[in-house]
Design a protein around this ligand. Structure first.
Ligand code: SF4
Ligand code: SF4
Length: 278
């Protein structure tokens, strides 16, 4: 049986908004009978891209998290609807019936992901339908997936062993955007931003960047190392939030450093000066 799903790879998302724009192009002002009423020309974000600024000056990084309906197996929006106005199709796509859902504003607040929008003009709740109207005509993927220039969105039948998505799912495990909701989401993520610790190592006596130096990080799942680049910079990515780590620098001829850091946020340690022994 077909069971549609999507993987969103934040590691390659460049925040170009093509997914958002193609979704707007498909649904704004266009009605698809039985699938969705026309979305308003502005104000709706069925596919939104969350910009996340990480770190602080001088070490700032951007992350982009595309977010849409997760087409949950345990979908509270289905529970909240009267008259079966929200239902899951055989292929797993969750649809809000544009006729039956008229006037049912309570459906909007039932979604913990907050991806349902209220269409004031049509008096109907609306959200991503995975372009079910196009898939039913034989198209292979939703408009957002087709428009993504970096293949950050991977769509397909998770029950088809030959589909790209099921091959990828077999090789690697993926995350849910908010696993604490426990909704058996069909949209999974790779590369969701975690925490980083970074810094720059400098030899105090020579006033020189410490290139090619091994920096050790202890904590979380164990021990890992980073080698400083030509500017003395090191970085540890993908760390757990709200954990205690130790950054250890041990260079012969110099006094070592052993710094305890809590990842309450991304941490840039700035310049760490190594002083000669003695
Ligand atoms: S993400 Fe929200 S709208 Fe989509 S299926 Fe889950 S509960 Fe319903
Ligand atoms: S189209 Fe692709 S790269 Fe561009 S914002 Fe959307 S997911 Fe990211």
């Amino acid at each position: 049986m077909t069971r549609y799903g999507m993987i969103i790879n934040c590691e390659v998302c460049i925040g170009c908004y093509n997914c958002f724009l193609s979704c707007q192009d498909e649904f704004c002002g266009n009605e698809y009978q039985g699938y969705s009423a026309a979305a308003p020309l502005e104000g709706h974000n069925w596919m939104r891209v969350i910009d996340k600024e990480r770190g602080e000056f001088p070490k700032v990084k951007m992350a982009y998290i595309p977010k849409t309906c997760m087409h949950c197996e345990n979908a509270p929006c289905i529970e909240a609807a009267r008259n079966n106005a929200v239902y899951r199709r055989q292929d797993g796509i969750v649809i809000i019936d544009p006729q039956k859902a008229k006037g049912q504003k309570q459906i909007v607040s039932a979604c913990p992901y907050r991806v349902i929008e209220w269409n004031e003009q049509e008096q109907v709740p609306q959200k991503c339908i995975m372009c079910a109207h196009l898939l039913d005509k034989g198209l292979k993927e939703p408009r957002c997936v087709e428009a993504c220039p970096t293949n950050a969105l991977i769509f397909g039948d998770m029950d088809d062993p030959d589909s790209d998505i099921s091959k990828i799912l077999k090789r690697k495990s993926f995350e849910k955007l908010s696993p604490e909701f426990e909704l058996k989401e069909k949209v999974l993520y790779n590369g969701l931003p975690k925490r980083f610790i970074s810094g720059t190592v400098v030899y105090q006596d020579k006033n020189e960047c410490a290139e090619n130096l091994q920096v050790e990080l202890v904590g979380g799942t164990g021990k890992t190392t980073s080698i400083t680049n030509e500017f003395g910079d090191f970085e540890f990515e993908g760390l757990e939030a709200d954990k205690t780590y130790r950054v250890i620098i041990d260079q012969s001829g110099y006094n070592g450093e052993d710094l305890e850091i809590q990842t309450l946020r991304d941490v840039h340690l700035g310049e760490i000066y190594l002083n000669p022994e003695g």
